[in-house]
Design a protein around this ligand. Sequence first.
Ligand SMILES: Cc1ncc(COP(=O)(O)O)c(C=O)c1O
Length: 471
Amino acid sequence: MPEAAMIFKTLATLLFIDVSTSRVTRAIKAQYSLLLDRVGGIFGHITRFQGDVYLLLEIVMSDLRALELAYESFCAENLSLDMTRGKPSSSQLDLSDEMLNLPGKGKFKDADGVDCRNYGGVEGLSAMRGIFAEVMDVAAADVLVGGNSSLQLMYDTICRHLLFASPGASSPWGVGKVKFLCPVPGYDRHFSICEIFGIEMIPVPMNGEGPQMEVVERLVAEDAAIKGIWCVPKYSNPSGVTYTDDVVRALAIMKCAAPDFRIFWDNAYAVHMLDGAPASLLSIKSACEAAGNSERWIQFSSTSKITLAGGGVSALAASQANLKFLLKSINMQTIGPDKVNQLRHIQFFGDYSGVLAHMKKHAEILKPKFQIVDCVLNRELAGSELACWSKPEGGYFISLDTKPGMARAVVKLASDAGVKLTPAGATFPYGKDPQDSNIRIAPSMPVAKDLEKATEVLACCIKLAAARVRE
Ligand SMILES: Cc1ncc(COP(=O)(O)O)c(C=O)c1O
């Protein structure tokens, strides 16, 4: 047997390794270069055969060993990358920098002549209500402008229903057992609100059109303790799904055992398209009115991911009866919202078309990031059946499903390699994903280079977790 072939055989047997990607090949080269040098020293001619050695290693190395090596090489890079929360990046925040100079000294009045520095105007400035009316596809009179967080409006709205009898109800929710339907995967902070109030959460699977309506319809018809459902109807968190018109109509018309059933329509991503114009979504208000259930909906939105995540403006929209109910306690809570911030936003946008123009700038930053994640996942995992993932047209997330039973292991592996992911299970009530398969990816924060690396690590962890189960 010629010398080189003998070395090949010996190395292959010794190492029992199979390398399937160039990254792994690099890891092997790093790890075995010493050994190869020594072998080269012994046999003198080895250098010209080294390429062939690597080739052979690629053929015979076992998947698991190769993946362990690739994973180790990522770990050795001491990474510190974060794909946990859907926060705007600083370059997105920069888009609103001009707002920091608004409204400007002496410019404290709105078009109606309201002195925004003073108390009052609980419902919000009329121009701000007008802009949110278009964002949420309702009338300006339906809108109540809040502080900097729509989540706070949601929390407070739940609280108000627990404490006070709302339109259609003879008593507050809080006098009895309260349950909520939670389309899954869903937004973890919705679930946290339920959890803190002891509201029992019932998961309902999402499909490509919205929540599975046969399940929703059956549950709400038979149980009067079910008082509401969480919906993120456009570019859903995390699946990216936009509810179809049929689903919106079905939610509006379904028979509910609870007369005070409410749809919490969290339209956080109403204008957050990655391309072109925002996806169309049937108006929940019109659908409920057409179905004779005018009080069923309460809609939420904010500019957190339009202007400044910590310094935006939130809004709620509801029927006149619901607004009256909510305002009764809101008027006890505050003498008025931050109208200076509203004024700043009005001046910055001008009108709704200004919002859309601004969102196009966000899309220019965000779209390439979504593409990077999709591209790396495709390169590393397409055809492997180890994972599938969403390809959203807007919003802030990519939802990835591993094979059942692996998400926790993948998130742990990634974390140990310096890549933080949203905890597995977070997209399910009580943090329990019965399949242990869903992972929410938030591509907005990292810069492109880091995002690519983080996604490579994620893909490696998915392959490694699967290979460990197989062995
Ligand atoms: C679906 C959804 N609703 C609400 C929020 C938070 O909104 P806000 O900043 O207005 O409180 C988020 C943030 O990630 C979200 O994904």
